[in-house]
Design a protein around this ligand. Sequence first.
Ligand code: ACO
Length: 195
Amino acid sequence: ITIRRATVNDIICMQNANLHNLPENYMLKYYMYHILSWPEASFVAINTDCSNEISNIEDKDEESLEIEDVENSKMVKLDPTYVGPGEKLVGYVLTKMNDDPDQQNEPPNGHITSLSVMRTYRRMGIAEKLMRQALFALREVYKAEYVSLHVRESNRAALHLYKDTLEFEVLSVEKSYYQDGEDAYSMKKVLDLDE
Ligand code: ACO
């Protein structure tokens, strides 16, 4: 597994992974906005050792795209997280700097828009690595003094990662933050510039 910076070429796979893993989804132009505005702040995890790049599908469901394999004149299912020959996106973190005009008096600060790892690749430390890379870039490149995020109250895995592993603090509970009415923890981590 390789962690590298996300580029505009990755955004369709990032969106597909997001649709697969989370109910909070975004339009492609919002991914584009992140990558073009803060090109060094978002990261992807790639499995570079996928033996059969075309029919290697994790879930054979309706999300898989069917394409024509011209050479062998048959239809094959394309993994929605296929990024290139032998390569598949298995996780991403999409981040940005806070550019809310109402918060111009705040010091520069970053925001974690979305993080997810494909199910079969979980509990291997991938999310932690993605987050550490993103936090480092937000601090070093974009001078973020802190980062914030929202997480569902019921999301045990993500809460463990943020609270215990990455030492975010809970700022507040935002009632009915999500569309289905669930509350969110609003979390924050101060980024130490000398670390
Ligand atoms: N239950 C308890 N602890 C867990 C779980 C779990 N299911 N999953 C991971 N952890 C812990 C790990 O043990 C590890 O702890 P440690 O540092 O004490 O060893 C820590 O969390 C980090 O684990 P990783 O292996 O780096 O996490 P992983 O790659 O499995 O990804 C993630 C975690 C992103 C939450 C994954 O489960 C996922 O994609 N879930 C669905 C999408 C999601 O919920 N995303 C977060 C939404 S919030 C937002 O996007 C801002």
